[in-house]
Design a protein around this ligand. Structure first.
Ligand code: ATP
Length: 385
């Protein structure tokens, strides 16, 4: 078990690419820590530096106070699990799991005992004498985990370990991994590009974009208080809606509604006037037909539903409104993994409860929960609220 400190670490490749820039993170003993971000943001490079597969250009890595920058990977006592599992097809499950202990020349009895113990934890006992080819994807993934567990490393490093599995199995393995980590309480760093994996697995999550950490926090912090437009757009599914807005004295002007800002929001924006970007989570648009009469009166607007996605417990209603999008807004939103603001048609999505009877073509009256609104600086993308 170990606390890992990443202190101002940078990686510059020989071609000048800065894959990781001045990253500082503290991963506490026993924590399940997630590095998440879109493809190419530098998360695998950071993991490779931690395990020792990649040299650090600048900065320091410390485990329990000891600098490990120049230690050989084998001396770092960390176990890495890759997306491809890297298990040997010609070996049985037992031999695969025993392999790292054999390499370390551990005694036969110890090897047998540790393999059996890991097989019990991972429910692989009945498969110990099989070859990987006769196992399912999920079982192979567990063999790869088993091989990491037997070493009793001070940290597990997992690089997209579930991405070769189908959607259903991925969700199932996600729960298994979470249970396993809680049981073993070994410090775990998990890399993924999938925000839902990050949110469901992590004690703490660091969001990466272009080699830079954008925000570190609990999943709840990241969802409810995103620091900037990137984090707001990356976390949450369906993604947060963004629309151009204007602050004029105490009022916020959206393309489809103008209203007085709630005092709590206004107090966070002293003297702020002018253009901003408003961010609204899909669940903060509500179908007025479903809102009880005793509820607070909130701003409403009418919109025609163009697509309905029925999800069982949820109904997603897509609609569009008209608004002015200038070049600055286009630039700010274009590298988000959300619908960019790019012409005068702003596409929005509302997450209505399962009780909604909305159908395509309906003109819906939609209510906006202004207490949950986020406002972002239209130049820096920083969250002002
Ligand atoms: P993915 O999810 O697609 O694996 P990632 O977030 O893990 O992406 P990295 O693999 O860490 O990203 O890559 C970060 C950046 O560094 C990318 O722009 C990549 O092209 C670049 N890069 C990675 N390895 C090298 C290398 N050996 N030389 C030069 N550039 C590299």
């Amino acid at each position: 078990m170990a606390e890992l400190i990443i202190d101002n670490v940078t990686k510059r490749f020989s071609d000048g690419t800065e894959a990781v820039r001045n990253v500082s993170l503290t991963i506490q003993d026993g924590q399940f820590f997630i590095l998440v971000g879109p493809s190419g943001c530098g998360k695998s490079t950071l993991l490779n530096m931690i395990v020792g597969l990649e040299e650090i250009t600048q900065g320091e890595l410390r485990v329990d106070g000891q600098v490990i920058n120049t230690l050989d990977p084998k001396d770092r006592n960390m176990a890495m699990v890759f997306q491809s599992y890297a298990i040997y097809p010609h070996m049985t499950v037992r031999e695969n799991m025993a392999f790292p202990l054999k390499l370390a020349k551990r005694p036969q009895e110890e090897i047998a005992q540790k393999v059996n113990q890991a097989a019990t934890i991972l429910e692989l006992t009945e498969f110990l004498d099989r070859k990987p080819a006769s196992l399912s994807g999920g079982q192979r993934q567990r063999v790869a985990m088993g091989r990491a567990i037997v070493r009793q490393p001070q940290a597990f490093l997992l690089d997209e370990p579930l991405s070769n599995l189908d959607a259903k199995l991925r969700v199932q393995m996600r729960t298994e991994l979470s249970r396993l980590q809680k049981r073993l309480r070994t410090t775990t760093i998990y890399v993924t590009h999938d925000q839902s994996e990050a949110m469901t697995l992590g004690d703490r999550v660091a969001i990466f974009h272009q080699g830079v950490v954008q925000q570190v926090g609990t999943p709840r912090d990241l969802y409810t208080a995103p620091r900037n437009l990137f984090v707001a757009g990356f976390i949450g599914s369906p993604a947060m809606n963004f629309l151009p807005a204007q602050l004029e004295s105490e009022h916020l002007i959206l393309p489809m509604a103008k209203f007085k800002l709630p005092a709590k929001l206004r107090d966070r924006l002293p003297n702020f006037q002018g253009p901003v970007i408003a961010g609204i989570r899909p669940e903060h648009f509500q179908d007025v037909a479903l809102v009880g009469e005793d509820k607070e009166i909130l701003p409403t607007f009418k919109a025609t539903v163009d697509v309905i996605e029925w999800m069982g417990a949820d109904v997603y209603a897509h609609f569009a409104i008209q608004g002015e999008i200038n070049e600055q807004l286009q630039n700010l939103t274009k590298d988000l993994e959300v619908q960019p603001l790019q012409d005068s048609t702003i596409r929005l999505i509302a997450r209505l409860g399962a009780a909604s009877q909305a159908t395509e073509g309906d003109e819906l009256e939609i209510q906006l929960d202004i207490h949950k609104l986020h406002l972002f600086d239209s130049q820096s993308g920083e969250n002002l609220t």
